[in-house]
Design a protein around this ligand. Structure first.
Ligand code: GRF
Length: 204
């Protein structure tokens, strides 16, 4: 299955997906890396790997989300993508766009949802004093960070952790979890049952 990866910045999760997809046995091919910012460092990494890239500048569509999304949709369609993987993509998508990609768009979020949706998850986890933190891959629905959960990985919060040390521990798990979850979706192993995601053949 052909996948478009949407980024806004660093692109380390995108890089993890690209690396996984280099294995011929991997069920997804990265057909496009699309950024809403021309200066996103992830673009150069994708281009260096020979993966097609495109930029649709969200700044150029101030206040015109429909126009922004139509331009993105055109790029995604041009590259024949059937699945979207959001990877540090920092724009909230409209209900219309989300509905069009219903069941075919996933996101990685740096917390154990439903705890800490939104931004600054690591600082908030430290402030809350939780002992476990982590990351979640979920299907994208209209409510931000609220879609059915596909996969999670937990890490300990250690004494003396800073936002940076905790973020790095979580990020290492993100880079393992996201390629695995995308593979499940691309291989057609994800079903919805009563609003929850079920992964055929996955333990737990
Ligand atoms: C990651 O922590 C991801 O979970 C969140 O944004 C960050 C993006 O990092 N959605 P990168 O661009 O993948 O390096």
């Amino acid at each position: 299955r052909r996948v478009a990866v949407l980024i806004s910045g660093r692109g380390s999760n995108m890089a993890a997906l690209l690396a996984a997809a280099e294995d011929p046995a991997y069920p997804a091919e990265i057909a496009l890396v699309l950024s809403n910012r021309a200066e996103a460092p992830g673009l150069a990494h994708a281009a260096a790997r020979g993966v097609p890239t495109a930029v649709v500048e969200s700044r150029a569509f101030k206040g015109d989300r429909a126009g922004f999304e139509a331009a993105m949709q055109a790029e995604i369609a041009r590259h024949g993508a059937e699945i979207i993987a959001l990877a540090g993509f920092m724009r909230v998508l409209t209900e219309g766009f989300v509905a069009r990609w219903d069941g075919r768009m996933i996101n990685i979020h740096p917390s154990l949802l439903p705890a800490f949706p939104g931004l600054d998850t690591h600082a908030r986890a430290l402030a809350a004093g939780v002992r476990l933190h982590g990351c979640t891959v979920h299907l994208v629905t209209a409510g931000v960070d609220e879609g059915p959960i596909l996969a999670q990985a937990a890490v300990p919060v250690l004494p003396g952790d800073t936002e940076a040390s905790l973020a790095a521990r979580v990020l290492a798990e993100e880079h393992r979890l996201y390629p695995a979850a995308l593979a499940w979706l691309a291989a057609g192993r994800v079903r919805l049952e009563g609003g929850r995601a079920v992964v055929d053949g996955a333990a737990g």
